[in-house]
Write a protein that binds this ligand. Sequence first.
Ligand code: SF4
Length: 219
Amino acid sequence: MPSTMIALNKAHYPVTALGPGRRIGLWLQGCTLACPGCVSQDTWTFTADQELPLPLLMAWCQEMAQNGLEGITLSGGEPFAQPAALRTLLQALHDWREDAGLNFDILCYSGLPWSRLQKEFAPILILLDALIPEPFQAHQPTRLIWRGSANQPLIPLSPRGEERYAPYRSFEVERRPFQIVVDAERMWGIGIPGPGDLARLEQHCAERGVQLGDVSWRG
Ligand code: SF4
């Protein structure tokens, strides 16, 4: 495997709020799109100290998969802002899936328009099972599962993706799934918060004596 470096904000397992089943979540670092209302502003800045060698990341994924793996979700940040690293990562995931006889799917988010992705990144798209493109639009709230705004389609890109994701293209939920993860240094949410959810979370924490300091949804 080439020793490509990839800029990563965080990785987590199991993720159950961004795609079907128990998944690995990989949040790539770096995004210049600055969608108004973005809740992941901590992923915007490219910093060299968040780069890690791809073989290290693959080894971690393989270790996590021993507990069961139905999918891998790539988000950010903007994954397509690192096209060479993204393509190498996806090829490595494909090789691993095939060699190990696994059946996980690969879902990727992007804030870029679908038309631009098709024009500029076709060699990467063929390595995905499903894609959720288009910039987040805070003024278009939605109940569509795994989507942040109503303009974001869920596009299957492979037979595996078609089988797994087609039933969810127009699937709506009353409340989208959301996970809260706490470690020694930080607390973060996994999933797509609804309008006002993060303000309510901050208020609940404050009522219990926990003041949230730096939060990713305020610049
Ligand atoms: S919503 Fe996604 S694409 Fe838009 S600014 Fe935030 S991280 Fe970037």
